[in-house]
Design a protein around this ligand. Structure first.
Ligand code: ADP
Ligand code: MG
Length: 635
């Protein structure tokens, strides 16, 4: 018995297997939700064939014989109008039996797996969600009720071909076959409702759109001139890598289509930046700002980085060495002329070439964002999605701190709710004469911040205060000490002095009697609250409210404490300072109170109310309620 016979007899056995449950669910959902845009199957299949060619070229770098027998890579598309089939062949890397099982029977890709995890079970909601994830190969079943894949791995013999077949319901079959050519052939048997695609002209108009940016020739068989004849294959694209073409030649929708291909995205990118660098280093980069967040944006091991090419040869996806972590949402391609084709992981990790490329690409990205910011509507969309990630840059990237700070946006005491829109430069543009400080306040949300008693004096004097309502803002501020020479100050920490400001006429009028009263009340409050506060003092920052809580300048605030708690760190025992408004009617009421028990109730209620106004939660809400009740009943 020859060895090849042996292979055929032992491994050709046809098996029928069930899809992984998730695949069945995915297929079902996809067929029912993507019917409004069925043509995307072609984009996915062309994209896979192009990836397969890239992978083969890469393997051929170290094993030239892989390409030798069939060196002209391409995609061949054929339609059979009578049989209602579409056939798409590539001579790329192909798949072994194991790979077919892995790739076309399970959900191997983390993106899709994550999508499946997030399914709610509500078909309508899930259908909307599916558009957010790359659905890939399985989208064939949107138009086909039978899909046949025949493939042969590069380097494998003709007897190691694989045939995979499924109707996209619960199961698929797999068998080993004899397959002459390297690569993958996919045959779609079109559904009744999708037979419009069995038309050469129709297919041609779609393929033009999806093949234009593919760096691989795509051939389409021309429809026959006469009945009974077979048309010729005709090339339908230029097959020139998009980024190698001059900017002036490229249209927006070509950039967008290319973006969708490399980013596996369904939505348009918000902007892009395409540059050819010549000189000491030579490379081309095409960077994109996506319009939506990937599911793994906040996962440590989330996929990130650029597609790396060396002299037009694909090297790897997700080369993360070219971007800092806080720009991990940037997608794109970088094609270097300086790196060796057999660039190793070690080389990527530490090389002067990579370092200078990284720093140039970082600047390029920040400039692209600055440009995007000129369109406030688009920038608001960007900021709502990636603003938080960008803030990490203040800690990570010292050198570009100023550029990053300029890209930040905040809510402010002078704007309404919604995506933060005030840039630090806007703030400086409105700053009061004599003001050398940028004032801000941190809180849990917009309402708490905008209603904070701390703002009373600032409102009265017309001084703008930035509202930092993102949970990492306080942490971020430990890295941002000043902006264009102006210091930052948290108005809920330390003392606030606005007396140097021009137009200062709004000092609260406090009579000598009120001051005297207030001093006595401060003493008594201090005694009543000695376990709960660091200090009690009078203030001029309040006009309507009787009290507020203040922290010492370097004590961690509310957000910081929450972050520390979430990180499992021990919280320092920080007691607040209670400030009282000497001109407030309640101070008079406190001064009049002779009953020490009732005074103590009043004091504790005032303290708790000041905490509530900050958006804090009371340690003992029941005790607070009991005290208020006693006071209401006049006990
Ligand atoms: P993705 O392309 O995002 O990885 P797909 O669902 O489109 O996901 O494809 C799944 C996998 O199947 C691919 O990652 C690849 O390994 C394999 N595959 C699909 N089409 C081909 C092809 N034409 N040639 C070789 N492998 C392919
Ligand atoms: Mg794919």
């Amino acid at each position: 018995m020859t060895s090849s016979e042996q292979t055929t007899s032992t491994a050709s056995q046809k098996e029928t297997r069930g899809f992984q449950t998730e695949v069945s669910k995915l297929l079902h959902l996809m067929i029912h939700s993507l019917y409004s845009n069925p043509e995307i199957f072609l984009r996915e299949l062309v994209s896979n064939a192009s990836d397969a060619a890239d992978k083969l070229r890469f393997e051929a770098l170290s094993n030239g014989s892989l390409l030798a027998e069939d060196p002209e890579l391409g995609i061949w598309l054929d339609v059979n109008a009578d049989a209602k089939t579409i056939t798409l062949r590539d001579n790329g890397i192909g798949m072994s039996r194991e790979e077919v099982l892995q790739n076309l029977g399970t959900i191997a890709r983390s993106g899709t797996a994550e999508f499946m995890k997030n399914l709610s079970g509500d078909e309508k909601k899930d259908s909307q969600m599916i558009g957010q994830f790359g659905v890939g190969f399985y989208s064939s079943f949107v138009v086909a009720d039978r899909v046949v894949v025949e493939t042969r791995r590069a380097g494998a013999s003709a007897d190691e071909g694989v045939r995979w077949e499924s109707e996209g319901t619960g199961e698929f079959s797999i068998e080993t076959i004899h397959h002459e050519q390297r690569g993958t052939t996919i045959t779609l048997h079109l559904r009744e409702a999708s037979q419009e695609f069995a038309d050469g002209w129709r297919l041609r108009s779609i393929i033009n759109k999806y093949a234009e940016h593919i760096a691989l020739p795509v051939y389409l068989r021309k429809p026959a001139e006469k009945e009974g004849e077979v048309g010729e294959f005709e090339r339908v694209n230029q097959a020139q890598a998009l980024w190698t073409r001059p900017r002036s030649e490229l249209k927006d929708d070509e950039y967008q289509t290319f973006y969708k291909h490399i980013a596996h995205d369904y939505e348009d990118a918000l902007s892009w930046s395409h540059n050819k660098v010549e000189g000491k280093l030579e490379y081309t980069s095409l960077l994109y700002v996506p319009g939506r967040a990937p599911f793994d944006l906040y996962q440590r091991d989330g996929a990130r980085g650029l597609k790396l090419y060396v002299q037009r040869v694909f090297i790897r996806d997700d080369a993360e060495q070219f971007m800092p972590l806080y720009l991990r949402f940037i997608k794109g391609v970088v094609d270097s002329n300086d790196l060796p084709l057999n660039v190793s992981r070690e080389l990527l990790q530490s090389s002067d070439i990579i370092d200078s490329m990284k720093s140039a690409l970082t600047k390029r990205s920040l400039d692209m964002l600055a440009k995007l910011a000129e369109d406030p509507e688009k920038y608001a969309k960007f900021y709502a999605i990636f603003g938080q990630v960008l803030k990490e840059g203040l800690a990570e990237d010292h050198a570009n701190k100023d550029k990053i700070a300029k890209l930040l946006r905040f809510a402010s005491s002078t704007t309404g709710e919604g995506t933060p829109s005030v840039a630090l430069a806007d703030y400086l543009g409105r700053i009061k004469e004599g003001q050398d400080t940028i004032y801000y306040l941190t809180a849990d949300n917009y309402t708490t911040a905008s209603q904070s008693p701390h703002l009373e004096l600032f409102r009265k004097k017309g001084v703008e205060v930035l509202l930092f309502i993102d949970r990492i803002d306080e942490w971020m501020m430990s890295y941002l000490m000043e902006f264009e020479g102006k210091k930052f100050q948290h108005i809920g920490k330390g003392q606030v002095d606005l007396s140097q400001l021009a137009g200062d006429s709004a000092e609260p009028e406090v009579s000598a009697e009120q001051t005297q009263q207030a001093e006595a009340v401060v003493q008594r409050l201090q005694k009543a609250l000695k376990d709960r506060v660091k200090e009690v003092r009078t203030t001029n920052r309040l006009s309507e409210s009787p009290t507020c809580l203040v922290l010492d300048a370097f004590d961690p605030g509310f957000q910081m404490r929450q972050l520390m708690e979430a990180a499992g760190q021990k919280l320092p025992d920080v007691k607040p300072i209670l400030e009282i408004n000497p001109a407030h009617r309640l101070v008079e009421r406190l001064a009049e109170e002779q009953d020490e028990a009732r005074f103590s109730d009043l004091a504790l209620v005032l303290l708790d109310q000041a905490a509530l106004a900050e958006g804090a939660q009371l340690d003992d809400p029941a005790a607070y309620v009991r005290r208020v009740q006693r006071l209401l009943q006049g006990v």
